[in-house]
Each structure stands twice: as C-alpha cells, then as structure tokens.
Write a protein that binds this ligand. Structure first.
Ligand SMILES: C=C(O[C@@H]1C=C(C(=O)O)C=C[C@H]1O)C(=O)O
Length: 360
C-alpha cells in the first residue's frame, strides 16, 4: 500500500472511532439521566477502575497500556461532563502537583478550581460549592501531609478515590545555574532536592514558598531566583527549566485523595479496594499494656492487611493520639464489618474515612 492509501484507511478508521465514541457518550448521558432521577453519584471511581482494568486486559498491542489509560481518561472525562458539569477543587495555585494529579484523575472536560488551603477544599466540598476535592496526603520520601490527616477527624467527607503521581522536580529559572542566588519552593519539595541543591548551588539561599507554583511566579519576577517545581508550573508560567529531575530519590511518588460527600461503592472482585479509618484508644493507650496491639488484632485475626498506620496528636490533651490506619478491603466486606464491630467495643472513636479503589 502506498502512503496515500494508508492515510485513506486511517481517515476511514477515524470516522468510525468518532462515531463509536459518540455512541459511547450518548450512553453515558443516558446513565446521567438515571443517576439524576435516582440521586446517584456522577463520578464513580470503582466503575472507572473496572473499565480501565477491562480495557487493559483486552489490549493486544501495539498500543501501550499507559497510552490506553490516558485516552480512556479523556473519554470518561467527556462522559462525566455530559452527565453533569463537575467542579473539582484542588490545592492551588494553578499548575501545582495537586492540579496535575486532579487532571490525571478527572481529565480535561471537567472544571477545576484552585483553593488556597486544604481546609478551604474541605469547606467547598462540604458546602456543595465543589463536587469533589483533591488533596495531597503523603509523599514516598517525606511522609504525610499533616493538615490533611487532621481535617478528616472533624469532617464528614469521604475519601472516594486515590491518585498516585510520580513527582519530578525541576530547577526553573530565567537565570543560568551560575547566576542563581535564591531557590524558592514548598518545604517538601526543597527537602526532596536537598542533596542536589547542596551539590550544585551550595551558596544559594533556600526560601519556603506557599506552593511550588507560587515559587515559579516569584522566580519569574526576581533576577537570580529559581524555583523547584514540576513541568506543568514551568509551562504554565513560561519560565525555562534549567535542570531536570533534581530530586534526590529516583522513585518519588505522592499520593492524593479525592474527597466527596458520598462514599464510593465496592469494586467488583476481592482485594481491589482500600479503606481508611481514624481510631482513638482514649485513656487505654497509656494505661493499658498492649492496647495498641489489641487495636490491630481485629484486623490481623481476619487476614485484613494493614498497609499503613500513623499517629497524630489529638490536640485535646498531651500524649493523646489519633491513629490513621489504611487496610485492604471495603467497608461493606463482611469481615471488615466484624473487625469494625470488635474495634468499636473498646475504642472510644472508630471513624470510617472512606473505601476506594486500590489501583491508580
Ligand atoms: C457512565 C458512567 O459515569 C461516569 C463515566 C464512566 C465511563 O465513561 O465509563 C464511568 C463511571 C462514571 O465516572 C457510569 O457510572 O457508568
């Protein structure tokens, strides 16, 4: 076949694909009507994960699974937008890693709203001013985002999905490396590049900014200033990247939560969901030997895998803690319900924060 003949075939396939895509979108719009009449959730994390899983299982190549995921992200984003215009609040300003994570989950067809603080995001979603919120929760090298954990104790919002985003930090500046005297970024980002900065810019002053995106705005204006931020921020503000991938650890991933007003349903198949709780042992923690072990037993005895436990001061009295726990499984799994009932028997607080698909 010559080039023109192949291109004609491609054109014909594109016509078919557009027609099939629109057929798929019309079905999603029909689902949207049903959801509106029955009060269902527009964005359904567990269904989206199932769709992606099936599509990837069916893939025979040569298209890469990652490419297929990205294409389907946008198809489902367009479907959601047809059902109802969605507004997603994220930790701003524009072009932060959280913005990037939100776009990775919800695609280009929904609307985004940058918020100044994680607490503002909780308020916007609680009041219904935003449909969902996207917040950073922990980084693989720097640990948890503490404000985010603390807010869950008081809020009725539920974690409905999680997002993993590989974080690449770049040095962004209008000045060349030799002329950089000050480096701005969010504390966590500066910490993640500490060794690189010491080696390449030993005399530069490191200055904390409220976000990586804000740091790029400052670097744009100030001669001799640079920012540590992601590619989206460099592109959004039109400031060049002076050095790429300056993070000290090659594998640097941040985990984000999507919070909403209604919980996510159970994924099809076992072991595909995760659940988060916050638990307080009250006075037993200091008075009772083995109290912490006792808290973990209801899960261990039932083969429920604990993937994370983290303590935070309750701020009610000194040395009183909240334990944030992530386990595998869904809140509606029978053994999870039993474990919860056991826990509730001796813990003054056991709060379910949400169940959500384990993948992503
Ligand atoms: C169409 C639906 O609504 C949304 C769009 C989806 C899709 O395009 O496949 C899947 C889940 C929902 O986020 C649905 O719930 O099935």
């Amino acid at each position: 076949m010559d080039l023109n003949a192949i291109r004609e075939k491609i054109d014909a396939l594109d016509r078919e694909m557009v027609a099939v895509l629109n057929e798929r979108l019309k079905l999603a719009a029909e689902i949207g009507k049903l959801k509106r009449s029955q009060g269902g959730q527009i964005y359904v994390a567990e269904r989206e994960e199932a769709v992606l899983r099936k599509v990837i299982e069916q893939n025979q190549g040569p298209i890469k699974n990652e490419a297929l995921r990205a294409i389907y992200r946008e198809i489902m984003s367009a479907a959601i937008a047809l059902e109802k215009p969605l507004l997603i609040a994220y930790l701003g300003p524009e072009a932060t890693n959280t913005h990037q994570a939100a776009m990775k989950k919800f695609g280009a067809s929904v609307d985004y709203h940058a918020m100044a603080t994680i607490s503002d995001i909780f308020t916007a979603v609680e009041k219904g001013e935003s449909d969902y919120g996207v917040i950073p929760i922990e980084n693989s090298t720097e640990g948890s985002v503490r404000d985010a954990l603390d807010l869950f104790v008081e809020s009725d919002l539920k974690i409905v999905a999680q997002i993993y985003l590989e974080i690449s930090h770049h040095l962004i500046s209008n000045s060349p490396l030799e002329a950089i005297e000050r480096v701005y970024s969010k504390d966590q980002a500066l910490a993640q590049c500490r060794h690189w900065l010491q080696r390449h810019l030993p005399h530069a002053q490191l200055i904390e900014a409220s976000s990586t995106a804000r740091a790029v705005q400052i670097a744009k204006e100030e001669p001799g200033a640079a920012a540590v931020a992601g590619e989206l921020a460099a592109t959004a503000h039109g400031v060049p990247i002076v050095a790429k991938n300056i993070q000290d650890k090659a594998d640097n991933t941040t985990r984000f939560f999507v919070v909403g007003r209604k919980p996510s349903g159970r994924s099809t198949g076992d072991g595909k969901d995760m659940t988060s709780f916050v638990i307080s042992l009250g006075d037993q923690a200091s008075a009772n030997p083995g109290a912490l072990l006792k808290m973990l037993m209801p899960m261990a005895e039932r083969g429920i895998n604990l993937s994370k436990i983290e303590s935070r001061p309750s701020k009610k009295r000194p040395w009183d803690y909240y334990f944030f726990v992530d386990v595998t499984g869904h809140f509606e799994d029978p053994k999870m319900k039993e474990a919860l009932a056991d826990l509730q028997r001796f813990c003054p607080l056991v709060k379910w924060l949400g169940s959500y698909p384990a993948m992503s």
